[in-house]
Design a protein around this ligand. Structure first.
Ligand code: ATP
Length: 522
């Protein structure tokens, strides 16, 4: 599990976007709200408002269309076969023993005896002098306010104006010795020595099925959607005509009791995943791994993450998960969020999981070799290997929001959301220039026609400038105005969000034109 890093050198393309401004626009315009806000919220849980719901739905729909429904040509020139699945959130707890989650879905945790706060050890860094006996200050990486606080405390203690790079260094908490830990002041503590040694903490939410709450009724909320796919592998093979190589896709909620939920929706306790398990003959792992990695990267670009803020990062050998060590590889598709810049945070992982999961379920369920797949073409029985592209719908939505946010002081709104038309929550605004001469009626008719296929808005209130400003903040790519020329020559004025340029279009052409702009065929 990798956390966004603050490593790397600043790039000239790092956008001047502040997370505070993005969060504030999200709340003001109804993209994202704090869950149960009227009761003070609940840490790690977020609600999507009307615009955010459309945005996230567009992302998930585009993923489903492009992965499951539309033709996708694979590395061999043949169409890639992928079918869908929709599994339950609560499964037999044995699933999680077999997958290794009950025993091993752990993160090293650090408790603070003074403040009672709990942190992920791999999220903490310590700042301080390398000299023996000196004090160190711990804080959560990426938390700028905490870093400033630690720096001030260090300077006061060491009687200097600024940290001296030759003496004062920043190190991962996991790299310090027990002696250094005893001299470390926790993020929310005043005195050194309150942080415990890192300990393991299970991230799965527990619940109970039925009236009796005991060990036997204990169950878990799934921490990933993948296992539902693995345990249904045989059902899908038996009930459909799929043959290896083929994939199973699923979109759904996952839950992790993250210790330090933070960075807006980036690290939540309830989130949605979009996962594919792609089953292949073991000899074809390299080819499929490379193809999935590259296709998934280009897919994120195709829905608007076109800047250098998107990167593909191949894992180093020592970073690989237990199942991937001997495999074709693991890579992350990462985005440079304002809170990770100049570093990056993971949007999607693409991993060769070998036959780890199918084999584990075959063993734990007692099916053993009977669970092997029979490949008629090869006349061979084997456990297929798996390439897993696993993406987060909430992190994806957050990346779309951050990428789209474009400050523009020349506009009345001061900002516009440059969403790809396919992702934009509202595709077009329809405005009668004035509320007379039949313009509202023509506008409403066009609105009803476009509404059959798209989310569009009809707005006849306030000045045209104010209506444009509202649409700019919502990220609506086109505004269509019914004006006096509509009456005389059946044309409308289309205003493009990004360039603010206007063009005339025949009103009859608008529906097909809008389909094309959004990437739908005529
Ligand atoms: P991280 O290292 O950031 O904890 P991970 O490597 O554990 O993530 P995976 O288990 O590979 O993540 O999950 C696949 C995807 O699910 C991630 O790429 C991410 O988009 C999403 N995801 C995982 N944990 C969270 C979370 N707490 N909040 C939101 N999305 C998440």
């Amino acid at each position: 599990m990798s956390e966004p890093t603050a490593a790397g050198s600043p790039s000239p393309e790092v956008p001047a976007k502040s997370m505070e401004q993005i969060v504030s626009l999200c709340r003001r315009r109804g993209f994202v709200f704090q869950s149960s806000e009227i009761y003070g919220g609940i840490n790690g849980f977020w609600d999507y408002g009307p615009l955010g719901t459309e945005l996230k739905r567009n992302l998930k729909n585009a993923w489903w269309q492009d992965v499951v429904q539309r033709e996708l040509i694979g590395p061999t020139g043949d169409a890639v076969d992928i079918v869908g699945l929709d599994c339950t959130i609560i499964m037999n707890p044995k699933v999680w023993q077999a997958s290794g989650h009950v025993g091993g879905f752990n993160d090293p945790m650090v408790d603070c005896r003074a403040s009672k706060a709990r942190y992920r050890a791999d999220h903490l860094v310590v700042l301080g002098s390398i000299a023996a006996g000196s004090r160190l200050w711990a804080f959560v990486e990426g938390d700028d306010a905490a870093r400033t606080k630690a720096t001030k405390a260090l300077c006061k203690y060491e009687k200097c104006d600024a940290p001296d790079p030759a003496r004062h260094v920043l190190r991962p908490f996991t790299a310090i010795t027990a002696d250094e830990r005893a001299r470390t002041i926790g993020p929310d503590a005043d005195e050194p020595g309150s942080l415990t040694e890192p300990r393991m903490f299970n991230l799965m939410f527990e619940t109970h099925c039925g009236a009796v709450r005991d060990e036997d009724s204990k169950a878990y909320l799934r921490p990933e959607t993948a296992q539902g796919i693995f345990v249904n592998f045989q059902n899908v093979v038996d009930s459909t005509r799929v043959k290896v190589p083929f994939g199973i896709a699923q979109v759904g909620k996952a839950f992790r009791n993250e210790v330090t939920p933070r960075n807006f929706t980036f690290r939540s306790r309830e989130f949605e995943q979009m996962e594919i398990e792609f089953f292949i003959h073991p000899s074809e792992a390299n080819q499929w791994y490379a193809w999935w990695r590259d296709w998934r990267f280009s897919w994120w670009q195709s829905i608007g993450l076109t800047s250098s803020n998107l990167q593909l990062r191949e894992h180093d050998r020592d970073e690989l998960a237990h199942y991937a060590k001997e495999g074709a590889g693991t890579s992350d598709i990462e985005y440079r969020f304002p809170f990770t810049a100049p570093g990056f945070g993971e949007l999607e992982g693409v991993a060769h999981r070998a036959d780890f999961d199918l084999r584990a379920h075959a063993t734990h369920s007692g099916k053993n070799d009977k669970a092997k797949y029979f490949d008629q073409a090869r006349n061979e029985r084997y456990f297929p290997h798996v390439i897993e592209p696993s993406a987060g719908a909430d992190r994806g939505t957050l990346a779309l929001l951050c990428e789209a946010y474009t400050p523009d002081p020349s506009r009345p709104s001061g900002v516009f959301m440059r969403f790809h038309p396919r992702m934009a929550p509202v595709k077009a605004g329809i405005f009668p220039l004035v509320n007379k001469e039949g313009m509202p009626e023509i506008g409403e008719k066009l609105f009803r026609t476009l509404r059959k296929k798209h989310v569009v808005e009809f707005d006849e209130k306030q000045s045209i400038g104010k209506r444009y400003a509202r649409m700019d903040e919502a990220g609506t790519p086109f505004c269509i105005t019914i004006d006096s020329e509509t009456l005389s020559s059946q044309t409308v004025t289309v205003r493009h969000r990004d360039t603010q340029q206007q063009e005339k279009l025949g009103i009859e052409q608008v529906p097909a034109w809008l389909d094309r702009q959004i990437g739908l065929e005529d």
